[in-house]
Write a protein that binds this ligand. Structure first.
Ligand SMILES: [Zn+2]
Length: 113
């Protein structure tokens, strides 16, 4: 016998998923920053310098799916506007972009979520 009881029909879950903007995707949360800093041990993750550390993106912001994770960033010496710093290298040179891409890959391999 088929029962048309009073079982409550599960309400359809509202998945309000607004697509994050590039700015939101690229935003480095406090948690991500703290995790990156901890991983780096307070030193530039490329050269080991402790000067002017900045949390640098390893990937173009618009390429990030979802939100920036700790695997998308690295603590690099900066500022990025100064040539010769690792942040400048990663952001503005072809070799640096390649390095960042490889480093990001390594991070994802070592640190799967
Ligand atoms: Zn450096």
């Amino acid at each position: 016998m088929v029962s048309f009881g009073l079982d409550p029909v599960p309400k359809p879950r509202k998945t309000k998923r607004n697509k994050p903007t590039a700015k939101q995707r690229g935003a480095i949360s406090k948690e991500v920053y703290a995790a990156a800093l901890e991983r780096s041990g307070g030193c530039c993750e490329r050269c080991g310098s402790t000067e002017g550390l900045q949390c640098a993106h390893l990937i173009r912001r618009w390429k990030i799916e979802g939100r920036t994770t700790v695997n998308d960033v690295a603590m690099l010496c900066g500022p990025s506007v100064n040539s010769g710093t690792c942040h400048h290298y990663a952001d503005y040179t072809a070799g640096g972009k390649q390095w960042a891409e490889n480093y990001r890959k390594t991070l994802y391999e070592n640190n799967q979520e």
